[in-house]
Design a protein around this ligand. Structure first.
Ligand code: NCD
Length: 312
């Protein structure tokens, strides 16, 4: 929400330049300590932030609620101020409550990077998805896309599944629309946005209708930890209505690309074949996570392209 097209373009340019670096060639964060406040489970986001800090020559301080004073009832405020007092330079925070990073930013002057808060937002996921699509579009054109271009103009992207509980959807839909795409939402009634009218998004009731129009199909994970189990008749019904299996894969192959933030519930949102088909960008999304998070950290800590010796 804070960034304009120029700034997003700048971050993507930084990230892209970083993907081409050998090893840990940029060491602007030498001596910088990043506290990793992961108060909810994570594999790819946590590891990619960790690798991103190392890529920039900094070090991370790991923190998880089990085994910490949070299990003795320490509040988030005390946790943040205590860790700050010990001398870290930045926080990366994942929390199960929407808005936790913004609230925490009132208690500290250090940058806090949101690594996913409840059902609210997951900004670095949206950025890595944008980078992935920007690279693919560059390959289609035979010319790298860079800078402040709205490179998704003329593209239609369907976001499919449990949008109601999805922080990924709330960030990617903005990012995609901001960069020019038409965004369609396809979700079961019980898992749709309560107030979709507050955003300028289209919708389709049938996945087939959306697939027929889409250049990209962005599948969301069913969020069973946020109560989805009780809002669906069965996983099989969900799969039949909103998943991509053999038939739908055939329908889109060679025409539309498949994305998913991971972790995939195989056989629910995507079959194994769909997830690993040539249409799937999932591996590229994961790979781009490190460079994008490094770009965001460098930016939040005040380093630009020139400081990092990056050629854009
Ligand atoms: C997402 C998350 O945790 O928000 N995963 C991720 O960060 N790659 C998506 C999800 O868990 O559904």
């Amino acid at each position: 929400d804070d960034l304009g097209v120029e700034e997003i373009g700048y971050l993507l340019d930084t990230a892209e330049a970083m993907t081409t670096l050998d090893g840990d060639a940029v060491s602007v964060l030498n001596g910088t300590k990043v506290a990793m406040l992961f108060l909810e489970n994570s594999t790819r986001t946590k590891i990619s932030f960790d690798l991103a800090v190392r890529k920039l020559g900094g070090s991370t301080v790991a923190f998880s609620p089990t085994g910490s004073s949070i299990s003795k009832g320490e509040s988030l405020k005390d946790t943040v101020t205590t860790i700050e007092a010990m001398g870290v330079d930045c926080f990366v925070m994942r929390h199960s409550s929407s808005g936790a990073p913004v609230i925490a930013s009132r208690w500290t002057d250090l940058p806090i990077v949101n690594a996913g808060d409840g059902a609210h937002e997951h900004p670095t996921q949206a950025l890595l998805d944008l980078l992935t699509l920007r690279q693919v579009i560059g390959e289609e054109r035979g010319k790298r896309v860079s800078g402040a271009e709205r490179f998704l103009s003329g593209k239609t992207i369907s976001i499919v599944g449990d949008v109601r509980h999805s922080r990924v959807a709330r960030s990617t839909m903005k990012g995609f629309a901001f960069m020019g795409a038409e965004v369609l939402i396809v979700s079961p009634g019980t898992l749709s946005f309560l107030r979709q009218d507050q955003w300028a998004l289209g919708s389709e009731a049938q996945i087939e209708d959306a697939l027929a129009k889409s250049d990209v199909v962005y599948m969301l994970r069913l969020q069973s930890e946020r109560g989805d189990g009780i809002t669906l008749p069965s996983l099989r019904e969900y799969q039949a209505g909103f998943g991509i299996g053999a038939e739908r894969l055939e329908m889109i192959q060679g025409r539309a690309l498949i994305m998913h933030p991971g972790p995939v519930n195989k056989g629910v949102e995507l079959s194994e074949e769909a997830a690993s088909s040539p249409s799937s960008l999932i591996r590229r999304q994961v790979a781009n996570g490190v460079a994008v998070r490094a770009a965001v950290l460098a930016h939040c800590l005040g380093y630009g392209h020139a400081d990092m010796g990056l050629r854009i």
